[in-house]
Design a protein around this ligand. Sequence first.
Ligand code: TMP
Length: 234
Amino acid sequence: MKKLEMLYEGKAKKVYKTDSDDSYIVYYKDDATAGNGAKKGTILDKGIVNNKMSGMLFEMLEKEGVPNHFMELLSDREQLVKAVEIVPLEVIVRNLSAGSFSKRYGVEEGILFDQPIIEFSYKVDELGDPLINDSHILALKLATEEEIEKIKGMALKVNQVLSDFFLTKNLKLVDFKLEFGKHKGEIILADEISPDTCRLWDTETGEKMDKDRFRRDLGGIEEAYQEVMKRLEQ
Ligand code: TMP
């Protein structure tokens, strides 16, 4: 597959056209941002870890019946994906309180919910990705009722598959963010699943093994990403 011109550059990835209209090439960078770009930095070899980990998890999810954009790894930092038109929503699933949930509702981190929470943000950087509900999504015509239900069902399935898998690696899946896209009219899972987009806590020590180490200046960020990848490959 030939890599053609760059279509889009995001905070952590670049997307390129290919000689097929049906696929894109995604390049994973080491760039890291937090707080909607307020904090910027580099996490050495993050792109390599996230490319590999996303590929591995998407492959697992496909087998478990969650259709997604992943096709194949092309190199350390590149993967071939199905071309999608992104639904402009960040779909967040939470199993335990943390991050913006704890801040917004004034609760400590680490409270286990009776059932997972699904939350949507409207993906518009200039607006700061505001929280949005089903009625807003319908009013803004971002997705249909049927698509919202499909997205929620897929997000819960991803949560079940990944929570079980991470637990076998002594990692607690606290929360994560997904993005969905449309490929040939069908909603499929897209974007990435990595320590950039998940909160992962060591089940024994409670240590944070994800991008919170960067967001909160905890140090040991490269080591945490490498350790997660090592555990996943074992
Ligand atoms: P939050 O607690 O900051 O809302 O984040 C919830 C989860 O979503 C956490 O695992 C980090 C992830 N996330 C992203 O991947 N990208 C984002 O832009 C945001 C706000 C969160």
